[in-house]
Design a protein around this ligand. Sequence first.
Ligand SMILES: [Zn+2]
Length: 531
Amino acid sequence: MLGPFLLYCATPFHRFQYFSFKSIHMRVRTILFAVVFAAQSFCLAAFAQQDPIVAAIIKEASENSQLKRMSHELMDGVGPRLVGSTKMVQASDWAIAQYQQYGISAKRENYGTWRGWDRGITHVDMISPWTKSLEATQLAFSPSTKKAVKGETIILADVADSIAFQQWLPNVKGKFVLIAMPQPTGRPDYNWKEFATKASMDKMVQERKELTEAWRKRISKTGYNNRTLAAALEKAGAAGIIGSNWSQGFGVNKIFDAYTKKIPTIDVMLEDYGLLYRLTESGAAPTISVLAKSKELGEVPTFNTIGEIKGTSKANEYVMLSAHFDSWDGGTGATDNGTGTMVMMEAMRILKKIYPNPKRTILVGHWGSEEQGLNGSRAFVEDHPEIVNNLQALFNQDNGTGRIVNLGGSGYAKSKDYLGRWLSAVPGTYKDSIKTSFPGMPGGGGSDHASFVAAGAPAFSLGALNWSYFNYTWHTNRDTYDKIVFDDLRNNAIVTAILVYMACEDPERSSTEKANKAAWPTPVKAKRKGN
Ligand SMILES: [Zn+2]
């Protein structure tokens, strides 16, 4: 097909102007050669890739992807998955039902308890000097208000020392205290870099540095830290705490948990926080109305959700898929860690369909309470020595929606041998962008594979391309379905399924000999009771 096209294409060009024809002709030829070459490489790759299981995994992932449907059901249908929340239970029920549909057995495994709390409505309005509904979120585990509470705002005073602060404290009675530094700009640095003069960018950076340092001093002069300050303000009769945790992008704040016991702690988005701050500072005395509905549920079970495809000849050896299931709840936890969850669920679905009788047992761990310190995976490691000691490999994903671009050997001396062997089965399209590092470093605690590595088990992180993860989605109010890049998720489900398949089939056990014993992290105990 390409041959005649080349002839046909070349001929008419000869009839046009002589001067340009030569360069056009050359260019067309170059392009066509490139096309022919690419097509040949594609054919060669297709022939070279002979393993029918690998081919079937790719076909299933490409032609019958369940990623969009599952992501919609989990992120939009259930929502965020804060530890101790009803949604976390709903999410677990949903995942178990999905696995049942796929013919995979799955169950919830309790490992402790946590303070139960369900988010409700947050409604924050400025009612004076003019009216504006503010973009605001009650922090997780923050106390609620029974009805809308009205009060003036007051800025945390810049006092000489802790004695002066105690004297100032009665001023907060009945007021909402603004405790966050006012950002000098709501534009991210990349925007300044693109449009500002160098002098003006330098000036802004300097100003922000000074402000940050001054604010740090302002807090420390109170005699409290960020955590204890809220409690002191509460004790002094404040109506509520207003913070603003900017995530250094347009329209993004990070939403974590509150330190107050009776009054609400609210995060107000940078834009609206700046408005309140400037009006308060200039003496306009804004009044706000805060309605923060949430429900305390008492002590509730906290758990992991575990799925299993039983092995055949080596059923007592394990290959694990891993991704934490819990999230913060400013958004819907789409990229932290909905996407890791989706990759593992889709890989499990594909494996069950294409490779239903694995040599080794395949397990998937959807961990609880990763965000409070890898608690679910640490508890699993403590509770299941029979699995940890017989682990062939664990693959964890937890840094956003991007394609897998990093795979390290977690500090195991021989990791290159077996990971290299398994990776060799992955076609170039899916693995060419993966940078490997062997023996690599043992994960210190960034995500759940670290819980297994600390116990000396072969666990690895599938590191993803960041897609502005740290500023825009990680723990922010914008971590939502629309940020998911489904092509990358499909890519990752394919890579994960092939690695798991290869690890299950490998006649050799993976070596856990450590490259540097001295630098090995020590296991940390799971927190099994949280409040
Ligand atoms: Zn995460």
